[in-house]
Design a protein around this ligand. Structure first.
Ligand code: BES
Ligand code: MN
Ligand code: MN
Length: 455
């Protein structure tokens, strides 16, 4: 490792410049106006892999291309590792809340600020540099290495299940590694052994055929905004539980051991509250903050609009109201089952004279792994190349839809070895990646390849 360490040290400045180059490409997958930029980011990743010595091509899908690279000359005795990551990013809005431009990566106080800095360009980049270091120093890799870097993670990875299914042989491996999640705290490396799933919906409520004068018609004609607000208000009870019939039917209870282990983690509710700037915390009664985020399902309204929202006042009785909302799911809930239950319940809540329509936008299944297998043990040892504290086991509240497909279709362990921090403001203005995390991530990824090869 010492020659590798020296190489990494020597190339720190170049690595940062390269990541900045990638961060300057606004690869916002949800916005068609950025379609060319998303492809440019794919091409950048492909070229960077090639430059590192990993032959790579773009595999077209019905959406954005998958960058696929492989270097399989470690020999038949060596294990095979598949690295997954994503080169697409979330939209940067609201732009006015960024201290410096979202696509003008800037270092301040040892932190690199840009959209995608931590999610996921910065973290994914560690694995490109790990391969580069091994190939530059030793001319070969200790494992057979495959890369699958996609461009539709932030929009639900909807073309990935079929890709993994139809490229099962090509993607065959002994373990998948993913760096797309936070560590529990700085200096506390973490193995994420579970992620929540997701079911994302849009709901439309329609009243009259057109917007009406609220003086001439208000009080006698149903108002779809009032109706939608009532529907949303009925989705939780006073204890913070979701009222959709059967919603908790397949929820697996947290084990006593898990609850005890989480309670022992260095979490402070007051610091957590202060970090989000809210006046207080709120959630399902009977559960701690970590349990609410990692181990319990949720339903959150993500956006709501309709009627008149311009300057001043307009006395209108609107024709339509819409909202987007989503559920975070835990084992053993499924997006399909929740969609069916949600559609039936929403229908039952619609008042006379208002038609509601629920559309399922995308989903992903929750996952839960046994936190011990040879790949995870290698990851624990690899973190030792960068951190002194042993890695803790955590779960994540976010979702990476393809993880369940890797697990089910490839039937191999998935190691979620996150290098970020939970205060990285992913999806928010001023997203950042600490340079300490950046360099430690590259060190840990580089060490992982040796550790996993050693078995
Ligand atoms: N990197 C995140 C997932 C994540 C966040 C895992 C925090 C663990 C902790 C990923 O890029 C993401 O944002 N996923 C989306 C899902 C997608 C279907 C839009 C999410 O969780 O909202
Ligand atoms: Mn991500
Ligand atoms: Mn994300």
């Amino acid at each position: 490792m010492s020659e590798l360490s020296a190489f990494l040290k020597e190339h720190e400045a170049r690595h940062l410049e390269e990541l900045k180059e990638l961060l300057r490409i606004p690869s916002v997958s949800t916005d068609p106006a950025h379609a060319g930029d998303v492809r440019r980011a794919a091409e950048w990743v492909r070229a960077n892999l090639e430059a590192a010595g990993v032959p790579a091509t773009l595999h077209e899908t019905a959406g954005y291309p998958i960058v696929y690279g492989e270097r399989l000359d470690a020999g038949p005795e060596a294990p095979t590792v598949l690295v997954y990551g994503h080169y697409d990013v979330q939209p940067p809005d609201p732009l006015e809340l960024w201290t410096t431009g979202p696509f003008e990566p800037t270092v301040r106080d040892g932190r690199l600020y840009a959209r995608g800095a931590t999610d996921d360009k910065g973290q994914m980049f560690a694995w490109l540099k790990a391969a580069e270091a091994h190939l530059a120093v030793r001319g070969k890799l200790p494992v057979n290495l495959k890369f699958m870097i996609e461009g539709e993670e932030e929009v639900g990875s909807k073309h990935l299940s079929s890709y993994v299914e139809s490229h099962k042989a090509q993607l065959g491996c002994d373990a998948v590694v993913i760096s797309d999640s936070p560590m529990f705290a700085p200096e506390l490396p973490s193995i994420t052994y579970g992620l929540r799933g997701l079911a994302y919906f849009e709901i439309e409520a329609r009243g009259p055929e057109m917007d009406l004068h609220s003086g001439l018609f208000g009080g006698a004609v149903p108002n779809p905004i009032n109706a939608l607000a009532r529907i949303i208000a009925q989705l939780h009870d006073d204890q913070g539980r979701i009222t959709v019939p059967g919603f908790y039917e397949h929820v697996r209870d947290l084990t006593v051991e898990e609850r005890e282990a989480w309670a022992a983690l260095p979490h402070d509710d007051e610091a957590f509250r202060a970090s989000v700037g809210a006046a207080g915390l709120r959630g399902e009664e009977g559960f701690s903050t970590l349990e609410r985020i990692w181990g319990r399902p949720t339903l959150d309204c993500n956006g709501i609009w309709g009627g008149f929202t311009g300057e001043g006042a307009k006395t209108v009785l609107p024709a339509v109201a819409k909202a987007k909302f989503s559920c975070r799911l835990v084992p053993d809930q499924s997006p399909e089952d929740i969609e069916a239950k949600m559609a039936a319940y929403i229908e039952s809540l619609a008042p006379a004279g208002v038609r509601v329509k629920l559309t399922h936008l995308h989903g992903g299944r929750p996952i839960l792994f046994n936190p011990e297998n040879p790949a995870v043990q290698a990851a624990r040892r690899a973190f030792g190349a960068a951190y002194t504290a042993p890695a803790v086991n955590i779960r994540g509240g976010g979702s990476i839809p393809v993880v369940a497909d890797f697990s089910d279709i490839l039937q191999v362990p998935v190691v979620l070895m996150g290098f970020g921090l939970s205060d990285d403001r992913l999806h928010s203005p001023d997203e950042k990646y600490d340079l300490v995390c950046f360099y430690n991530g590259i060190r840990a990824a580089t060490a992982f390849l040796d550790e996993y090869a050693a078995g």
